[in-house]
Design a protein around this ligand. Sequence first.
Ligand code: NAD
Length: 493
Amino acid sequence: MTTYRNFINGQWVEASAGAVIENRNPANKDDLIGRFPHSNNKDVDAAVAAAADAWKSWRLFPAPRRAEILFRAAEMIAAHKEDFARDMTREMGKVLKEARGDVQEAVDMTYYMAGEGRRMFGQTTPAELPNKFAMSTRNPLGVCGMITPWNFPMAIPSWKIIPALVCGNTVVLKPSEDTPLSAVHFIEVLEKAGVPAGVVNLVLGSGSDVGVALTSHPGISVISFTGSTAVGKLVAESCAASFRHVHLEMGGKNVLMVMDDADIDLAVDGAIWGGFGTSGQRCTAASRVVVHKKVIAEFTQKFVERAKRLRVGDGLDPAIDVGPVINEKQLKRILEYVRIGQDERAKLLCGGNRLESGVHRNGWFLEPTIFGDVSPKMRIAQEEIFGPVVSVIPCDNLEQAIEIGNGVKYGLSAAIYTHDVNHAFQAMRDMHTGIFYVNSSTIGAEVHLPFGGTKSTGNGHREAGTAALDVFSEWKSIYIDYSGKLQKAQGID
Ligand code: NAD
């Protein structure tokens, strides 16, 4: 049994209090993944001090040279993709092909941001006076604190760490206590690729100890958080006290809209993978499917029939479609929502039960669950369940589908299935979400486009693309007067 460590100032070290947290495979509770540090504020202090010290030289290290280290890291992650994916499936349950996709996101992001090391464009503009030069440059912020969830254990840390590094910041990462191993793998790669001591630090532990200590630490310049909206609010409140920059990516209640001219089989496929991929534990999960009344009977019959055929089990088995949910607490929460849906008089069309015998006896498994006759105001259609539970909601037309789609507090992702180009464009314009798909499910992203959401999903920032650089740098405007004499400014400043 391996006991893992924190990574502070280029050294793998135990938590200062020596305490550990055990991490277990959600498909088999008897499979102990490892023992990981149960860190506290002293460990956070040490990591932030190391990062602050390392920043003095890292910020001056030329960006193309920083990028060369990142490029090496991308190659190393790609070389270890299969091992990292297997460990990820063991520690958080998603089926192996999805875990490979998670690692691939980290590869893609790291290559992409390595390219930014030779771009990171600012502006040059004409100046108001003769013999004067005007430009703007991006500048790093300092030490970035990063707090990440368990559902994308390598992709999400990479979306934050890699753009922060290329911009010239240093980092303290606190990943989810449910997925420390994937974070350890990622940080080991950065170490081996040649990231200097102190530039990247890893502090493992709980949100209440390490997370709180990080968000309130005076040495941190920006917090980048991905997780639930409830915790994101606490993080924002903690950062507000010191005007610390804060970047929040939070919950979703995404909608997949099926119009009466849609290819129904294609839409069913999108609803299956959007609803039940990663056991419904994606921020972009298609947890609501709004279907035109003319096709709802055909759609629902095919959707339920496909959902019943999904094979639930250990994600390492290639025959399995849907893995376990992350832990017992989450399993109970999802079952509570099934009860709420029944109390609300939604029609339980399939699933709704825990699977706990035979191959399922040692894990946290649930049947893929579909509710029909759901009305948009029911709690199961409003609240993020974060499990394999989908609500099918009828609609009369596109306008009503859009109104239902927008009628939640979240705004991450939406999809429409239609062959009418006018309907597709209208929905694209009117859905108040950060991501929109046509004839494709609500899930999946490419690293060179911005990723994030509106309303209670985000606070106006985005991960990925050049938008990520905006989180981890700030602008400096520079005026150079080469006239050698007093020039009379025209402006009021
Ligand atoms: P969570 O909010 O419970 O935890 C997220 C992280 O915050 C963890 O590392 C946790 O330890 C830490 N944390 C907990 N309490 C804290 C506190 N008081 N102060 C600081 N940190 C604290 O979320 P989760 O269960 O890990 O992940 C699921 C949630 O993440 C879902 O709501 C999902 O929609 C969301 N998510 C959003 C995106 C996105 O890009 N919008 C992506 C993935 C997941």
